[in-house]
Design a binder for this molecule. Structure first.
Ligand code: SF4
Length: 413
């Protein structure tokens, strides 16, 4: 493996809320990933990452500095930094005053689908560690995604972030059987190691759970694989399991995956070729073939296991200080309804109005509690959705979610 140091021109950017892990800014400190998962979406040409994705790793060494500038530009102050090189260091209590006058905060996601932030190059470059230090300095909440037990090197720092704000470590886990897992994710920590790491983080009071994605058709969606992962998640005290199917973008992403199937699961090759024969640019499988091949949506299957093992299928949401609490709670309920209504009879396939309203309310800067009924009716919120909004405003509840036991697990705070 070759490790290269590069300088990024830009690094973090703030966007819309991500309703999977509730982050509003994401950052990838590396280009390429030694873990070399055979389904890795990051290998798709769309991301413009070099051909030797798994063997040449580029670390953006200036990213901690860029993150610091990003926070500063948005009007934040490093209140947890011991020396800020400003007058504030000499005025007693001024850091506390500054903290209360800053803009409201949001969850930052370190890591994502195009690199793993604790892959072996991190041992040498320590970029992720420096990023966490900046996140801590600015007292920001954090979500971090990895497949590597090496995250425990930074346990003390994660505990500090969690004590001051919020730290949540998500582990992507897809295959319980170690032989399958080594074929599909050759250089990541083993599934057992990932579960052990979750257990350790949870015992230290840090938020942690599982991203069961992608669920590999015929390999990952079997009764045995799903049940084992949920059982082990329960034993590790995982806080949530998010589930999603597999996309294979035409080009390198699909080619590499099919190559792995040909070599290791030849009996499945024709089925995979048929399932992804539509060449969908986002890599979605062909809906007609899903049915023809007798596949069931893995999220539908997983929902039964979530119920059996009493693990939420969504990540409980942390509400950063200073946010409009009512709006965030309503938007979270609506995002949740959009998922749940597609899973429970009578199934609603058009849950788009719920997602659209949730996105709108999440970033709406007037507290809905302060508006009249007429003013709320005039907002771009579908008639289908409005009853849930008014119900929450009047009762601070959502009966639909309470009746199925999913109201209490929506929030961390
Ligand atoms: S760990 Fe993530 S980024 Fe790395 S190869 Fe696997 S899927 Fe891709």
């Amino acid at each position: 493996m070759i490790i290269e140091k590069i300088k990024a021109k830009s690094f973090a950017k703030k966007g819309k809320i991500d309703s999977w892990w509730w982050a509003e800014a994401s950052m990838n400190p590396y280009r390429g990933c030694y873990h070399d998962c055979k389904y890795c979406d990051g290998k798709a040409e769309a991301y413009h990452i070099h051909e030797d994705f798994a063997t040449r790793i580029q670390g953006k060494i200036n990213s901690p500095k860029l993150l610091d500038q990003f926070f500063k530009k948005l009007g934040y102050f490093p209140t947890n930094r011991s020396k800020t090189s400003t007058l504030v260091d000499f005025i007693p209590g001024s850091k506390l005053t500054i903290e209360s006058t800053q803009p409201s905060k949001f969850i930052c996601c370190v890591g994502g689908g195009v690199c793993d932030v604790y892959q072996p190059a991190e041992k040498k470059l320590k970029i992720t560690q420096k990023l966490l230090q900046v996140v801590y300095d600015y007292n920001f909440p954090l979500f971090l995604l990895t497949k590597n037990k090496f995250v425990l090197r930074d346990l003390d720092l994660l505990k500090k972030i969690n004590n001051f704000s919020y730290a949540n470590i998500g582990f992507s886990i897809t295959l319980a059987d170690e032989k399958d897992q080594k074929i599909v994710e050759p250089n990541a920590s083993t599934t057992r190691e990932r579960f052990e790491t979750i257990r350790k983080l949870r015992s230290e009071g840090i938020h942690s759970g599982i991203l069961f994605l992608p669920v590999l058709p015929w390999i990952g969606d079997t009764e045995n694989n799903m049940n084992t992962i949920f059982k082990q998640a329960k034993e590790a005290n995982a806080e949530y399991i998010l589930v999603g199917g597999m996309t294979l973008k035409p080009g390198r992403n699909k080619k590499e995956f099919l190559n792995m199937i040909k070599q290791n699961y030849p009996d499945l090759l024709d089925s995979y070729i048929t399932l992804y024969s539509n060449e969908n640019k986002y890599g979605q499988p062909d809906k007609n073939q899903i049915k023809n091949l007798g596949l069931i949506n893995p999220v539908v299957k997983a929902y039964q296991y979530c119920k059996r093992y009493k693990i939420p299928i969504r990540m409980p949401r942390y509400i950063p200080e200073g946010r409009i609490d009512t709006n965030i709670r309503i938007s979270t309920i609506l995002f949740h309804l959009a998922i749940i209504k597609a899973l429970r009879p009578p199934i609603w396939y058009n849950t788009y109005p719920f997602q659209e309203a949730a996105q709108f309310i999440d970033s709406y800067n007037i507290d809905l509690q302060e508006l009249s009924k007429n003013q709320i009716n005039a907002l771009p919120i579908s008639e289908k959705v409005l009853p849930y909004v008014f119900e929450f405003l009047e009762t601070r509840r959502c009966n639909y979610l309470e009746d199925i036991g999913e109201f209490k697990t929506l929030f961390v705070n």
